[in-house]
Design a protein around this ligand. Structure first.
Ligand code: ATP
Length: 929
């Protein structure tokens, strides 16, 4: 029944009980009133409905109808009976007494019992909500714990990143060193394999002949090839092809009067050829003096380091600078994982609409990520110390090195946050950021060094400066430069102290050695430190700016640029599709009321004024076409429509996710286009796809949202448990959300949307995937939330759900409202048929019954016939409820009917009429007069 303002519910109940004593009140919410009438009183229906029709005006009934029990209600009844027979004791002993009564309510279908309860879920008088500084500190706490839990639950990933950092640094540092035990290298020709040794002999002297003989003998014994050259030895070396590769040493023995000149030649491409040539020469001299058996062995053994420095490693700053790049990129890039996931799954949006401030959100993330980074830097210092890179750890240098790392972290973490806005997937974001950071560090470092060396490039100074300065944008480049320059400076200082006479190679002037490393001069680190500390602030500022002004920017572009251009070139479409005029009287009246009355008089929680949304693609998609609507406090408004009708887009605009192309929305009087931050903290939102942090448990995420809303710390447990109870989630409270079924995730998303102090809650298909029991729990929670004074806007493809919950609804078709009003109003307005279902005991009188129906109800249509069951559409015009029941009671006896039912058109049939007008009109033409 639809009640008028002066409806007398007590009198209506009395009248119904007069005819049907066992009738029960099912629902009394808003303008809707419904009773359950047992079927065994079907014989009294004629009298009851006739009496209702006669007294309709006196009792304050705007309209009424009847529907039969659905299969879902049968499901509840059967499962309840089954359960009560088998497990009644268990249910009674349930510790959750309130919960248990909830379940009974749902399974009994006696909704009135529960709905009569005072609202307990929202703003219970005992719950205190913090504001101001305490609210901000609670939100910071919630955001910080969220971040900690992410790393705690994904510890393997974090460990991998830290091990990657330390491992890569350790590996690259150790692989760059020469071994401590240097090998002894023998300086003979054997180290080059078999070689050709050209030699020339000139003059006639015994000594020369003797030397030549020893040379040949020695070379043969060493498996080398002696090659006597007649004529010019140098020319032979230059022109003989084989010599280019195989001649390492050569010898000339020249006899002059009174002297023999021995000359050893060496191939200057072979590293050890000079000493090998001398060794050959010394050997033949020794052999000629001491006999053929005498020999000399020449070996190369590096000299040991000076006293006390025997373990010191050579310092190599570039090596460390490059070694750090991969590990740092691996760790730092990982900070995009949660931020990208939160943004793409809309979890961040939900946190913002629940009231988290932008500053709190990002600073809490920065703090935790910085702690992890700082701890990792200490581990790197350990590795550096272990590898004896004393320059970074001796004296106060550890502080200087940590300062470089700290400033790098300060700029690199916000850099990663900022760049992560570009990506739509967390894994691809990680890989791409890893490559960007790594290559900006390594290639940037090499390019930077080339740019600094004026001899290597022919660029003008301006180009060189622009290129050099643009590299400063990348934190990894600054880190590499800092470490590289830092090492060079101290290396120079140490060398100048030890070797005072090295002025040929080093500038060891006082001015140079005593200059501060923090100086802004070239080859000092001051510039890089200042750039890192400044870019940290700039990146953070850009993030805050983007978060707070991107909405305005998008709205401005949409409304003042794109839409203006569109209007200019598509006047025909704008006039036809976006005028806002409607053929439906209710939609038109609502629009007129909103446009004509001042906003204050409308006093609505949600006010939608001429809302238009166009997706400017090719071709442009007109998703919402000039919609106006006012939703009051305590109202549950349903938005129905086929897939693609524009419901989600409307929701996205109402929650500040999408910007409107034209028009405005006011929540509690605050404009969504101008005061988005005020609007955000007044909204609860359950999006179409679950926006949950899957590494958390239900308990943890609910506690997080309770903190975001500002529930006082001692009451959070109580508050969260209430909401977990309300959607029957306590048994899953401690399980990770990633293990939940789809239905349970929906329950949790809905509970999150319903909690807090919002004025309006948007539920986008909340019951998708829920079982019937969970759906009833959801209905119960939604009804109680409405009763607590909040407005709820819901979209659903379940007509039954909208029928049960919504005080008013609109059917949306291709972006427009086609009708508007309460479910019963729409059924009465558009449902001009009754649905008659008849079942025969035998089919003997079936044909007679068909003739009877055709003559008794002119215009009726047999919709469906199957195994003795007939399904008719009967026009309701001229056939009142009482008359129809009277006729069918008589027909039951006359035609031997086993059973019959007569019901009003369902909301679903009204929906089909509107949502598919072409089909519906052809159906009506063909089937229903
Ligand atoms: N981001 C987008 N870019 C372009 N077009 C879009 C975008 N989002 C939605 N649309 C289009 O806008 C229209 C309305 O889509 P919307 O998602 O609002 O429908 P809906 O009624 O919520 O459908 P459903 O019931 O399937 O959720 C559709 O034609 C859709 O293709």
């Amino acid at each position: 029944m639809v009640k008028t303002p002066d409806c007398n519910v007590t009198e209506i109940s009395k009248l119904i009980h007069h005819y049907i004593p066992t009738a029960t009140l099912e629902n009394n919410v808003g303008t809707e009133l419904s009773f359950i009438l047992p079927k065994n009183y079907a014989h009294s229906f004629e009298a009851l409905f006739t009496a209702l029709e006669q007294e309709q005006e006196n009792l304050g009934i705007a309209s009424f109808g009847a529907s039969v029990t659905t299969m879902e209600e049968v499901f509840f009844k059967v499962s309840y009976m089954e359960e009560s027979q088998t497990d009644i004791k268990a249910m009674q002993s349930s510790s959750q007494v309130g919960q248990s009564s909830n379940r009974n309510w749902n399974k009994n279908m006696s909704r009135n019992v529960e709905r009569a309860d005072p609202p307990t879920l929202n703003e219970s008088p005992t719950i205190h909500f913090n504001t101001g500084c305490s609210l901000y500190s609670q939100q910071f706490h919630a955001m910080f714990v969220k971040r900690v839990l992410f790393n705690w639950r994904n510890w393997k990933l974090l460990l991998l990143q830290i091990l990657g950092l330390i491992g890569s640094v350790a590996f690259l540092l150790s692989s760059g060193h020469t071994s401590e035990d240097e090998i002894i290298r023998q300086m003979d020709l054997g180290q080059y394999g078999q070689t050709i040794v050209p030699f020339s002999l000139s003059g006639n002297s015994d000594l020369a002949a003797n030397l030549s003989k020893h040379l040949k003998g020695m070379l043969k014994s060493e498996n080398q090839i002696p090659q006597e050259v007649q004529g010019d030895l140098l020319r032979y070396l230059r022109e003989t092809k084989d010599c280019i590769r195989l001649c390492i040493v050569a010898l000339s023995i020249e006899s002059k009067p009174n002297i023999v000149v021995l000359t050893a030649l060496f191939n200057n491409e072979a590293y050890h050829s000079p000493s090998a040539a001398l060794a050959v020469l010394d050997n033949i001299l020794f052999k000629s003096l001491s006999g053929a058996d005498a020999s000399l062995t020449v070996s190369n053994k590096p000299q040991p380091p000076p006293d006390g420095k025997d373990n010191e490693k050579p310092i190599n700053g570039q090596q460390l600078a490059l070694a750090l790049q991969f590990g740092m990129a691996l760790l730092i890039s990982g900070y995009c994982l949660l931020t990208v996931t939160e943004r793409t799954t809309k979890t961040k949006h939900i946190q913002f609409v629940s009231g988290v401030s932008v500053i709190v959100y990002w600073l809490s993330a920065l703090l935790w990520d910085f702690i992890i980074f700082f701890a990792s830097c200490f581990l790197i210092m350990g590795v550096i110390k272990y590898h004896k890179f004393d320059i970074y750890v001796m004296d106060y240098h550890i502080l200087e090195t940590m300062l470089i790392f700290t400033l790098y972290g300060w700029s690199a973490i916000p850099f990663v946050y900022l760049i992560s806005f570009v990506f739509s997937g967390s894994t691809s974001a990680y890989i791409k950021l890893l490559l960007l950071n790594y290559f900006s560090g390594t290639l940037g470092f090499l390019i930077g060094n080339i740019l600094e060396n004026k001899q290597l490039t022919s660029m003008s100074n301006t180009t060189r400066t622009i290129l050099g300065n643009s590299l400063l944008f990348f934190p990894n480049y600054n880190l590499a430069k800092c470490i590289g320059e830092y090492t060079s400076i101290y290396e120079m200082k140490i060398l100048c102290t030890i070797y005072k006479n090295l002025s040929v190679y080093l500038n060891c002037s006082k001015e140079n050695t005593e200059k501060s490393i923090y100086s802004l001069d070239e080859f000092m680190i001051g510039k890089y430190l200042i750039v890192m500390s400044t870019t940290g602030f700039i990146f953070l500022l850009l993030i805050f700016l983007w978060e707070t002004t991107s909405w305005r920017l998008r709205t401005f572009l949409n409304q003042h640029i794109f839409f203006r251009i569109y209007k200019r070139y598509r006047k025909d479409i704008v006039a036809k599709e976006l005028s806002g005029q409607s053929e439906d009287e209710d939609v038109q009246n609502e629009r007129k009321r909103i446009l004509e009355q001042p906003q204050e008089l409308l006093n609505s929680t949600v006010l939608i004024k001429e809302l238009i949304k166009i997706y400017f693609k090719s071709p442009a998609i007109l998703a919402v076409k000039n919609v106006s609507l006012a939703i009051q406090k305590g109202e549950c408004f349903g938005l129905l429509g086929y897939n693609g009708a524009g419901k989600t887009t409307t929701f996205q605009i109402l929650t500040g996710e999408e910007s409107p192309t034209s028009g405005d929305v006011f929540i509690d009087g605050f404009s969504i286009t101008k005061d988005i931050l005020q609007v955000r903290s007044r909204i609860g939102y359950c999006p179409q796809f679950d926006a949950l942090l899957e590494y958390m448990t239900a308990q943890e995420i609910m506690v997080m949202y309770a903190r975001i809303w500002g529930v006082s710390e001692p009451q959070i447990g109580l508050y969260v448990n209430k909401w977990l109870n309300s959607l029957d989630l306590e048994s899953h409270a401690d399980k990770l959300i990633r293990t939940y079924s789809g239905g349970n995730k929906r329950r949790l998303s809905t509970a999150i949307a319903l909690m807090g102090r919002s004025s309006v809650i948007f539920l986008d298909e909340p019951s998708t995937g829920m079982d019937p029991v969970a759906r009833r729990l959801l209905w119960d929670a939604v009804t109680k939330t409405c009763e607590s004074g909040k407005a709820i806007v819901i979209t659903s493809h379940s007509m039954e759900e909208c029928d049960a919950l919504c005080t008013s609804l609109a059917i949306m078709v291709q972006g427009k409202f086609m009708c508007l009003g309460s479910p019963q109003h729409l059924k009465n307005k558009f449902g001009n048929i009754y649905i008659l279902k008849v079942k025969f005991k035998t089919e003997a009188k079936l044909e007679d019954f068909k003739c009877y129906v055709t003559t008794t109800f002119p215009g009726s249509v047999l919709k469906h016939e199957n195994q003795g069951i007939l399904n008719y559409y009967i026009p309701s015009k001229d056939n009142r409820w009482g008359k129809v029941f009277g006729i069918l009671e008589q027909a039951k006896e006359q035609f031997d009917l086993e059973d019959y039912s007569i019901s009003q058109i369902t909301l679903e049939q009204v929906f089909l009429t509107f949502a598919n007008p072409e089909k519906a009109s052809s159906d009506e033409e063909n089937e229903v007069p």
